[in-house]
Design a protein around this ligand. Structure first.
Ligand code: GLU
Length: 423
């Protein structure tokens, strides 16, 4: 009976289209809860805001901002804010929905939300960046809050931006509401371990997946797409475990070194100028990244990167989705047919939101944990979630992605059913 949404036109491989087909695949495993599945196919609430700022040259510029609360059945909305020139409502909807699945998969007491501004932050001065952040926060201030919806960093946003968001929300509400955002700087209620948490989670789930595949990490060849907070941290941890990082791609280009890239030199250069400024590897065309011989592939950039064609040619035996939505559905099928194991985004990169949850809990209790405690708890949550998902996958003979959706959707839809429809 439900009508299709009128405000997006998803295609098979677009982010929202990808998400919808992932939900369709889980329906046979939901039993009577399938009655509620339509609730996952539309956001609870979506806000589009105009973000006008005065630029340094005196002109007024307008940007489009979004905050989408996909589902709040299990708790407040949770999810990052992305600043990128290609951000659209449809993309933010998909990202918010993946947060719903992710928080449920690791059993955090949250729903899913996401936000973004359609802007290239690299073209803004620091002052313009602060203005756009503050005006956006004011505009979405009517729906965010420490108990309703808690933003965090995502692509091109960081601790400084979270500090401005926290301050703007606090100025508008009259207190100091540290719990309104996570990923804050340490002295503003941030948590130890948060910056590295997503990359660490990719490593922890990847190490376990490699163990189950009988793949030795010592000498394993790894290709990493996206060398920001997620890709570079995961690469470092895998290199410490003895793996060789043979290819890295970021927005500046692609570098390859079959003997392994020297990360200690590469990372500071990549952070400043991008990977192609590094001299210890060969610069190759971007498409050649997908041809690089590797055992593990870590997409840690944007959505839709693993297409059918790239899935067909990769030599990887294991794909660790550090990014959200990097694999399109047709590619997912090809990887499964080819026996390539995919640890899906909604568990693989859940380390970030897990430590965001720790940060939020610490803010409310005003009692802060040491880094060992954070990491021990993070590893335990990730391993428990992954083991449960693996058991579900074995039981039904389904991919880890569909198994993660099965575990997560059961939690979400049980909560939905128990709450009931009101009014
Ligand atoms: N942006 C991150 C993600 O996609 C973290 C979100 C959060 O910490 O709330 O999972």
């Amino acid at each position: 009976m439900s009508e299709k949404l009128s405000f997006v036109s998803p295609t098979a491989n677009s982010p929202w289209g990808t998400y919808l087909s992932q939900v369709d695949r889980v329906v046979p495993y939901l039993g009577p809860l399938a009655r509620w599945v339509e609730t996952l196919k539309r956001p609870k609430r979506a806000l589009i805001v105009d973000v006008p700022i005065e630029m340094d040259d005196g002109t007024i510029a307008h940007f489009e901002g979004y905050r989408v609360q996909h589902n709040m059945s299990r708790g407040p909305g949770k999810g990052g804010v992305r600043f990128h020139p290609d951000v659209t409502l449809e993309e933010v909807m998909a990202l918010s929905a993946w947060m719903t699945i992710k928080t449920a998969a690791v059993n955090l007491p949250y729903g899913g939300a996401k936000g973004g501004i359609r802007v290239d932050p690299k073209k803004l001065s620091l002052q313009e960046l602060e203005k756009i952040t503050r005006r956006y926060t004011s505009e979405i201030g009517i729906i965010i809050g420490p108990h309703t919806d808690i933003p965090a960093p995502d692509v091109n946003t960081n601790g400084q931006i979270m500090a401005w968001m926290m301050d703007t929300y606090s100025m508008n509400t009259g207190g100091t509401a540290t719990g309104v955002v996570t990923g804050k700087p340490l002295h503003l209620g941030g948590s130890l371990g948060r910056v590295k948490a997503t990359g660490r989670g990719v490593f922890v789930t990847g190490r376990e997946a490699a163990r189950r595949l009988g793949m030795d990490l010592r000498g394993a060849r790894i290709a990493v797409q996206g060398f920001g907070n997620v890709g570079s941290v995961a690469a470092e941890l895998f290199a410490e475990a003895g793996a060789k990082i043979v290819a890295v791609q970021d927005h500046t280009g692609t570098i390859v070194n079959t003997n392994g890239l020297d990360l200690a030199t590469l990372i500071p250069i990549a952070n400043k100028e991008g990977v192609i400024a590094f001299k210890g590897g060969d610069v190759v065309p971007n498409e050649a990244f997908w041809d690089t011989a590797c055992d593990i592939l870590i997409p840690a950039a944007l959505e839709g990167q693993i297409t059918a064609e790239r899935a067909q040619k990769t030599t990887a035996k294991l794909v660790l989705e550090g990014a959200n939505g990097p694999t399109v559905p047709t590619a997912d099928d090809i990887l499964a047919e080819r026996g390539v194991l995919v640890v899906p985004d909604v568990i693989c990169n859940a380390g970030g939101v897990t430590v965001s949850y720790f940060e939020w809990v610490q803010d409310f209790s005003s009692f802060f944990w040491d880094e060992d405690e954070i990491n021990v708890r993070l590893d335990r949550i990730m391993m428990n979630a992954l083991n449960q998902i693996w058991d579900t996958a074995d039981k039904h003979k389904i991919t880890l992605r569909t198994a993660t959706y099965a575990v997560a959707c059961e939690r979400i839809l049980t909560a939905r059913q128990e709450r009931g429809l009101y009014p």
